[in-house]
Design a protein around this ligand. Structure first.
Ligand code: GLC
Length: 454
C-alpha cells in the first residue's frame, strides 16, 4: 500500500480514467495522480464515490461462499493443485456432485440473520467447474452433473427473496481449460463469454469479483474488453479483481471499483489525486481454508469476527467473511451458528456498522470513531465487566478513554447498548476529548462497546 501510494504520487499529472484506459493500463500499473487548482493553491483532490460504490460501502458486511467440486473432498479449494490430481481423475468429481442440500434461499437467510447485506458466490473457481448453466460453452458445469440444475439461478432467486444482493466470484485462472496454457487469447474469449452469461441471464447483480490474474503476472488479460462488456450489460455492478495476498490494497485497472485486502487488516485508503474513488474490501476465511476443510479446526470466534469487522469499518472497508459449504451444499453448523451470534451484535449497532465512515476521530489502541449521517460513534475495545471480581476476570478496564478529532458540537455521550449517559471532558488546549467509559454491567460483554455522541 505504501509503495502504491508513493508510485501514485509520482504518476503523470493530468491524465484521467479515459486516457488511462485508452493506453491500456495494465493490472497493477500505477494509477495517475491529479493536481487540482483551488483557492489555497495546487492541491490533491479526493474524488467523490460513484453511487454504486457508495451503495457498496453501506452494505459493509458480506458473505463469501467457496463451493465447488472440491467441497466433496473436504481439503480446501486448492486440493487439485496441491495434491497434483490429474484433470482426468479430478473431473470425475462432477459425476458425484449432487448439490442436494444447496438451497439459495436458506443460505441467503443465514446471511440476513448474520447482518450481512450481500453474498459473493464462487460461480466458477480455479478448478474450472461452473455452478451455472454455461449455455453450451462447456459441459463442465452444474447442469451436466447429477445436480442437473442451474445453481446460480437458485442462488440469485434465494438472495432476492431475502433482500440480499448477489455478487459473482469468477476465476480467471483455470486448471481445466487447456486453452489457458495452449491458446491464451482463445481462453480469454471463453472467459469473456462465460462472464457475459452471468451478466445477461440473472437480472441485475451487485458485482463481479475476479480472482486469478496474479497467476500470470505478465500476461495481457485484456481487461478493457472484459470490463467494457460488463459495463454494457450491468452498468451498476461493482467490478473487483483480487490483487492477491501479496499486493493487498493496490489499485489495478481504472475500471476496478474496489481494492481487496485478502486475509489482512485493511489500511486507510489514500485517495488523494485518484482519478476515481475506489472502495476497499477485506475477505477472510473463518478457519484456514476457503473451500471446506473437514479437518480444519482453526476457527475464529464471534469475538474475533466482531473485532475484524470493526477493524474494517475503522478504515471504511467492507468485510467479506467466508463460509465453505459441505459436499452437498449446506453451510456447516458451526459456521452458521457463529454468523448468527455475530449478527446479534451487528443488529445492536446497525447504524454505526452500515453507515459509519472514517471522519478523522482517532482513539488510543484499537479505539476509533466513525461518523454516520450526522451521528458520531466511538468504538471502545477491551472493557472489563465492572465491579464483580469474584466471578469475572478483568481484561482491559473501565475508565477514561481519550480521543482526538471529536467535533466541538458534541455535548453528550451514551452507550448504544443501554443508553447509559457517560461523563465527558474536553481539553481544548490539547484538542482531546475524554469519555469516562464505565465497564460492562454484569451480564454483558459486547467485545467492542459503542458510544453515541450527540
Ligand atoms: C486466493 C485463492 C483462492 C481464493 C481467494 C479468495 O486468491 O487462490 O482460492 O478464492 O484467494 O480471496
Amino acid at each position: 500500500m505504501k509503495l502504491t501510494r508513493r508510485r501514485l504520487l509520482q504518476g503523470t499529472v493530468g491524465m484521467g480514467i479515459g486516457a488511462a484506459v485508452g493506453r491500456g493500463l495494465a493490472e497493477g500499473a500505477p494509477r495517475v495522480a491529479r493536481a487540482v487548482e483551488t483557492e489555497k493553491g495546487t492541491e490533491m483532490s479526493i474524488p467523490k464515490p460513484e453511487p454504486r460504490i457508495e451503495r457498496f460501502e453501506k452494505m459493509a458486511y458480506g458473505m463469501f461462499i467457496h463451493w465447488g467440486l472440491y467441497s466433496q473432498l473436504g481439503r480446501g479449494e486448492w486440493v487439485q493443485h496441491m495434491e497434483k490430481i490429474p484433470v482426468a481423475e479430478y473431473k470425475k468429481l462432477k459425476d458425484t456432485f449432487t448439490a442436494e442440500d444447496f438451497d439459495g434461499r436458506a443460505i441467503a437467510r443465514v446471511a440476513r440473520n448474520a447482518g450481512m447485506k450481500y453474498i459473493t458466490l464462487t460461480t466458477r473457481h480455479h478448478e474450472g467447474f461452473s455452478l451455472y448453466d454455461t449455455r453450451g460453452l462447456s459441459d463442465y458445469d452444474a447442469v451436466h452433473s447429477p445436480a442437473g440444475r442451474d445453481l446460480v439461478a437458485d442462488f440469485v432467486e434465494g438472495c432476492r427473496a431475502e433482500g440480499i444482493v448477489p455478487f459473482f466470484y469468477h476465476t480467471t485462472l483455470d486448471w481445466y481449460q487447456e486453452s489457458f496454457n495452449a491458446d491464451f487469447d482463445g481462453y480469454l474469449e471463453y472467459l469473456r463469454k462465460s462472464v457475459e452469461v452471468l451478466c445477461t441471464q440473472y437480472g441485475e447483480i451487485g458485482g463481479l469479483w475476479f480472482d486469478g490474474n496474479w497467476s500470470k503476472a505478465d500476461a495481457d488479460w485484456k481487461e478493457d474488453a472484459l470490463y467494457g462488456m460488463i459495463r454494457k450489460h450491468q452498468p451498476e455492478a461493482m467490478i473487483v479483481n483480487n490483487t492477491g495476498i501479496h499486493k493487498r490494497g493496490e489499485f489495478g485497472h481504472p475500471e476496478i471499483d474496489s481494492t481487496t485486502f485478502e486475509q489482512g487488516r485493511p489500511e486507510p485508503m489514500n485517495r488523494e489525486g485518484m482519478p476515481k474513488y475506489v472502495s476497499a474490501e477485506m475477505c477472510q476465511t473463518m478457519n484456514r481454508h476457503w473451500g471446506i476443510g473437514k479437518n480444519d479446526f482453526c476457527y475464529m470466534s464471534p469475538k474475533e469476527i466482531i473485532e475484524h469487522l470493526c477493524a474494517c469499518r475503522k478504515v471504511g472497508a467492507n468485510y467479506l467473511l467466508n463460509v465453505g459449504p459441505t459436499a452437498e451444499g449446506k453451510i456447516p453448523a458451526y459456521e452458521a451458528a457463529t454468523l448468527e451470534r455475530v449478527g446479534d451484535w451487528v443488529r445492536m449497532h446497525a447504524d454505526a456498522v452500515y453507515n459509519g465512515k472514517p471522519c478523522g476521530i482517532a482513539g488510543q489502541g484499537d479505539d476509533f470513531g466513525l461518523e454516520a449521517d450526522g451521528a458520531t460513534y466511538l468504538f471502545i475495545h477491551d472493557l472489563a465487566i465492572s465491579g464483580l471480581d469474584h466471578v469475572t476476570v478483568a481484561v482491559g478496564g473501565a475508565g477514561p478513554r481519550k480521543f482526538e478529532g471529536v467535533p466541538d458540537s458534541v455535548k453528550a455521550a451514551q452507550w448504544v447498548d443501554n443508553n447509559e449517559g457517560l461523563k465527558i471532558e474536553r481539553d481544548p488546549a490539547a484538542g482531546t476529548f475524554t469519555v469516562d467509559a464505565t465497564g460492562y454491567p454484569y451480564g454483558t460483554n459486547t467485545v467492542v462497546r459503542l458510544v453515541k455522541l450527540t
